[in-house]
Write a protein that binds this ligand. Structure first.
Ligand code: ADP
Ligand code: MG
Length: 622
């Protein structure tokens, strides 16, 4: 048999490499922006069409390339940034792999125009699927203009794999923001379909953050500053009271490169310990400067994860620097812990007094005496079933929060229970409840348990309530005209540009649910009316959660938007597990659940209840 191993042709190798470097339009933006920064640009303009699927163009005023370099730049492993393997350990540039342009040119139509300051004429090269289509001299400003058209034109599978324009644009905005935050001294702009999304003048860190996330961000920032031998930390954390419901605004930069680090994130969260509301995430923009020798950027192809030599020390330094800042800027005393518990209260129960769990104790209870007592009632019916009834009732007090209809709410004592029991003497336990179909108790503050003719019913309280609210919201939106409650004082809420873009997209649907907006500014929204189901104090939390849910995908058609909105609102408003429900509340949920169109599944297709048949129980006793 002849030898079978062959070298892959270049264009195939490039396409494979491209798979690692370019996952989506946003990856192209990242690579091109990094190249422009490495070329010492002071001004970088990004223009995209159709979320980058049709066109991505990055124009810089950097050093440009000579004719030969321009041609070389598309070769694989062609880089001007490192010469020796040793250089890898003292990297000051973003790029060093020499893979980006080769990869991009393998899977798109690429046009490069570039000119060095010292030359009068520039170079224009057109590439298609790794092939040079044309190369000629051209007139072009100093610097480089790279246009990437029809990304993945030759890999339909990858192209089809791309998400909607909304999602891809969001990824692009994310990458753009990361780079722009890392380099406040460089001017950046981003234009999408002729719509200017960002215009960022050269500035300092604080101004850059504010320019990106909106004017009100400034007052939310607490500066962090620390300089040790190992690391220089600068930047800002958000005041705890502005912590977000989603992880949106969390940025680490190491030597001006955005990185992800769950470990360092933990250090920040630890510094905030005790200051944050449940399930909220602090914002932070932290810049770490370390000796390039002490990190290894090479471990991740897209270079967002790095390895530090001395992670533990960094952790400790970061945590103490942030704690110090939070203390120094007197952030803690401004906290409002009051809202905390309120957040978990379902609306229906909001104005009711919390009822303490009822534990019924009969001080006169004497198990020995009772045996006798029981016997004295035995005339009422079958002795055996009566006995069981009685002992079951005395166990009931053990279960916290248990109040069945057979037990009077308050001072239920054994006598009364016995009396009640007497009436049902001769029936199988549970038979009486069955007629009402709704005797319930709560298990683990999570499940509502009830009896059925044929067994036991266990309902997940949060899921059930989510289903109920979801159907109610949908009905409000689609059947009845939106009912809205007028606010006495308009509610002013701030959102960043990114969130604002999303809000704009879903504004119509929000209005259908009953929101009334009087103003829709660039980073402030004024609300004068809200849906009747919602309490004013919860509006901000609900909208934040809503935006976090829309983060992944904003459906384009109105119906899916409304549906997603109803899902999101329902699940944030629904009673949580861990919440104690009194029997009226339990029954309210059970009754309303079974009046739903689809009581079995949550809008997220999760099981709401399960039953355990008597036959299954029988098996356990076999
Ligand atoms: P890397 O950035 O890892 O070196 P790239 O494929 O991204 O690899 O780029 C290859 C080379 O092309 C770079 O090393 C640089 O010399 C040159 N180059 C790329 N983009 C630019 C630009 N915008 N301005 C000047 N030179 C550039
Ligand atoms: Mg590069």
């Amino acid at each position: 048999m002849s030898d079978i191993i062959q070298l892959l042709p270049d264009h195939v190798a490039n396409q494979i490499a491209a798979g690692e470097v370019v996952q989506r339009p946003a990856s192209v933006i990242k690579e091109l922006l990094e190249n422009s920064i490495d070329a010492h640009a002071t001004r970088i303009q990004v223009v995209i069409k159709d979320a980058g699927k049709t066109l991505i163009q990055v124009v810089d005023d950097g050093v440009g390339m000579s004719v030969t370099d321009a041609r070389m730049s598309f070769e694989r492993h062609a880089t001007s940034k490192i010469k020796l393997a040793d250089d890898l350990f003292s990297l000051k540039t973003k790029g060093f792999r020499g893979e980006a342009l080769a990869s991009i040119a393998a899977i798109a139509h690429v046009e490069l125009k570039t000119r060095r300051a010292e030359e009068e004429i520039g170079t224009c090269i057109k590439m298609e699927g790794s092939q040079v289509v044309s190369q000629e001299a051209c007139v072009t400003p100093k610097g480089t203009c790279l246009s990437v058209k029809n990304l993945f034109y030759n890999i339909p599978a990858r192209r089809n794999f791309l998400k909607s324009d909304n999602v891809e644009t969001r990824h692009i905005i994310d990458e753009f923001q990361r780079v722009a935050l890392a380099h406040p001294d460089i001017s950046f702009s981003l234009t999408h379909n002729n719509n200017e999304l960002f215009q960022l003048p050269p500035s300092n860190q604080r101004q850059r953050i504010t320019n990106i996330f909106g004017g009100k961000t400034n007052e939310k920032l607490v500066p962090v500053e620390e300089d040790t031998g190992i690391v220089k930390v600068s930047g800002f954390v958000g005041k705890p009271e502005f912590a977000k419901k989603s992880r949106g605004e969390q940025f680490f930069f190491v030597n001006n490169r955005f990185i992800k680090s769950p470990y360092l994130n933990h250090a920040v969260v630890a510094a905030f310990e005790g200051l944050l509301k449940d399930k909220s995430y602090p914002s932070y923009f932290l810049y770490l400067d370390v000796d390039p020798k002490s990190i290894d950027i090479n471990i991740h192809p897209t270079k967002t994860e790095i390895k530090f030599d001395d992670e533990h020390a960094l952790y400790a330094i970061l945590k103490s620097a942030i704690k110090h800042s939070l203390g120094q800027f007197n952030v803690a005393p401004m906290l409002d812990f009051e809202r905390d518990s309120d957040l978990d209260t379902p609306y229906d129960y909001k104005n009711k007094n919390a009822s303490a769990p009822q534990i019924e104790v009969d001080r006169d209870f004497n198990p020995f005496k009772n045996e006798g007592g029981l016997a004295s009632f035995s005339g009422g019916g079958g002795n055996v079933s009566y006995r069981r009834e009685r002992s079951a009732a005395s166990w009931d007090g053990i279960y916290t929060g248990l109040e069945t209809e057979t037990m009077p709410e308050s001072s239920a004592n054994l006598k009364e229970i016995e009396f009640e029991s007497e009436e049902v003497t001769g029936n199988l336990f549970g038979a009486k409840e069955e007629e009402h179909g709704r005797s319930t108790f709560q298990l683990n503050k999570k499940y509502i348990i009830s009896t059925l003719k044929s067994g036991l019913l266990a309902i997940d309280q949060h899921r059930a309530h989510t289903r109920i609210l979801y159907e109610e919201l949908l009905k409000n939106i689609t059947v009845s005209a939106a009912v809205s409650q007028q606010l006495l004082f308009p509610l002013k809420l701030q959102f960043n540009k990114h969130e604002n873009e999303m809000l704009k997209e879903i504004k119509d649907s929000l209005e259908q649910t009953g929101f009334v907006f009087s103003e829709f500014g660039r980073d402030e929204v004024e609300i004068t009316g809200i849906p009747t189901l919602i309490a004013e104090s919860e509006v901000e939390m609900l909208l934040e959660k809503l935006l976090a849910d829309f983060e992944k995908e904003v459906p384009s058609d109105g119906f899916s938007q409304t549906d997603l909105m109803a899902k999101s609102l329902a699940s944030s408003m629904a009673v949580r597990s861990g919440t104690l429900l009194n029997s009226a509340e339990q029954q309210h949920i059970v009754n309303r659940l079974f009046a739903c169109k689809e009581p079995g599944l949550t809008p997220f297709n999760k099981t709401i209840f399960t039953t355990i048949g008597v036959d299954e129980l029988d098996k356990k006793f076999a």
